[in-house]
Design a protein around this ligand. Structure first.
Ligand code: GDP
Length: 481
């Protein structure tokens, strides 16, 4: 589909959105982040916190007593998969509590907030409603958008350059062996194309594993296929750049055609139908996993943030934003799972993420929507305490470790809980890139079970969190004035 057709459709959709906005004000909030960054848990907590309204002291409209209530409403778009809020909340708070199933594809949910406006107009008009359409989508798909600006040869060059970086070169060996055996000029053999593509996907998947925790790994559907699982549309791989045009049925030309088809049939529709219609965006980042994996993973994470920011950049040289005028006016980067740290480290985690976002913005020559960084925990799975270690009192976190976690810490209070000193984050954010820095190899992050449910005085379930109220205030507070 040509760009001007996209452009017209996006413009029309935006007109329809704006007209609808006059009658039923709404805000489309995108929630993204790479696999296991914490999207499902974040959205479940966000909705629960807003419906219950009992645990958000820094969310101003609530603190000012102007929120009358919040409830789920039917989805405006009947073809979109619905975010499984009820099932996920039950998983987190039910008898056999466990973390819910992670995001595998795009889904949506509408939350309607009834509130009293703070302005004098509100006194005349009475209570108002704001629909918040929460759109959950894999960050891997967002990292595909820069492909719209890249030819097959450019993407292949990037992929081979990245694969030669020290953190990736060993993992890429097998795929490169397959790749070297391919003759780009010879006729395509489907079995070879499949084997090559599988080897490339295996390499990408290994890069994502916890020990490496690498982030920038397009094409996104190779890792997060959604409804394209097993589809032949995903049977391609990069090949070393070639000179001259290749015969139509050659291996190279076929790979190039499939790459272009992927852009047209997968990336562009996602961009046009979903991304281009968002008003606000939160990008969840698992900074702690990257810190745990070491400086190469942190550098890679910064590269991924830079690619993400390039999707939101406004400017004439960006095909994405030249297609439409972006609605997005705020982007929040959130470092999730802050409950893995003692509260004395939360500001430090926020500073580290802020440093990565600032570097990434510089690299991407970012100009556009306001950005902010925060450290949060959607569902706080730990409490805090102190333990004595060699005469020194160390700040610890206390929680129930998930099955399968390797423990070198004592059982706490005779329960299944453990008290853990997670280590200290580097004081200077720039030392996250230093392989000799003190924190390297010293940080200990365990996976904890969700917390035992708490109830309020009125018997409602209370999900503990860290700084969710600040995130909610940044994302929607001004829309409830
Ligand atoms: P998604 O792939 O982005 O949807 O990630 P999920 O929301 O499914 O989260 C992935 C995993 O991260 C969960 O299964 C939990 O183990 C963990 N997790 C997510 N949020 C939190 C949090 O706030 N605190 C803790 N301790 N763990 C979390």
């Amino acid at each position: 589909m040509s760009n001007w057709v996209d452009e017209t459709r996006i413009a029309l959709d935006n007109v329809v959105d704006n007209v609808q906005n006059i009658f039923t004000p709404h805000l489309r909030l995108g929630v993204t982040g790479l696999s296991r960054a914490g999207k499902t848990v974040f959205i479940t907590s966000l909705i629960h916190q807003l419906i219950e309204g009992n645990n958000l002291p820094l969310f101003k409209p609530l603190a000012e007593g102007r929120i009358i209530g919040a409830k789920l409403s039917p989805l405006p778009n009947h073809t979109m998969p619905r975010f499984g809020f009820e099932e996920y909340l039950k998983a987190l708070t039910g008898k056999d509590r466990h973390w819910p199933t992670s995001t595998r594809q795009i889904s949506e949910l509408r939350l309607t907030i009834k509130y009293q406006s703070a302005s004098w107009v509100g006194g005349i008009t009475g209570p108002q409603e704001l629909h918040i359409d929460i759109v959950d989508y894999p960050g891997e798909w967002l990292l595909d958008l820069p492909l719209l600006n890249k030819s097959y040869a450019e993407w292949s060059t990037d992929a081979f350059e990245r694969a030669s970086e020290p953190a990736r070169s060993d993992l890429a060996k097998n795929w490169k062996l397959f790749s070297n055996a391919i003759k780009p000029d010879s006729d395509i053999v489907e079995a070879d194309a499949q084997a090559l593509s599988e080897a490339f996907k295996t390499y990408l998947a290994e890069c994502r594993e916890d020990v490496h925790a690498l982030s920038a790994l397009p094409p996104g559907r190779f890792l997060m296929p959604g409804d394209l699982e097993g589809s032949p549309a995903l049977t391609f791989a990069p090949l070393p750049p070639q000179s001259g045009t290749k015969p139509n049925n050659s291996f190279y030309a076929t790979m190039e055609k499939r790459y272009e088809a992927y852009k047209d049939l997968v990336v562009r529709p996602f961009f046009r139908d979903h991304f281009a219609r968002l008003d606000r965006q939160i990008v969840l980042v698992d900074t702690l996993s990257a810190l745990n994996a070491g400086p190469a993973a942190v550098q890679d994470l910064q590269g991924a943030i830079s690619e993400i920011l390039s999707c939101f950049r406004t400017g004439s040289n960006n095909i994405l934003t030249s297609l439409f005028s972006s609605n997005i006016d705020r982007i929040l980067f959130a470092s999730t799972k802050a409950d893995h740290l003692h509260h004395t480290s939360h500001n430090q985690l926020e500073l580290i993420l802020n440093h990565l976002v600032a570097n990434a913005a510089r690299d991407a020559q970012y100009k556009g929507a306001a950005t902010s960084s925060i450290a949060l925990s959607s569902v706080r799975a730990t409490r805090e305490g102190e333990v004595e270690h060699e005469g020194e009192m160390l700040p610890t976190i206390i929680g129930t470790p998930q099955k399968g976690e390797k423990l070198d810490t004592k059982t706490y209070n005779g329960k299944t809980e453990i008290a853990l000193f997670p280590g200290e984050l580097p004081q200077k954010p720039e030392s996250v890139f230093d392989p000799e820095a003190d924190h390297i190899g010293q940080l200990k992050f365990l996976r904890f079970c969700p917390p035992a449910p708490e109830t309020t005085d009125s018997g409602n379930i209370k999900l503990p969190h860290i700084r969710m109220d600040r995130a909610i205030e940044f994302l929607i507070g001004d829309k409830l004035q």
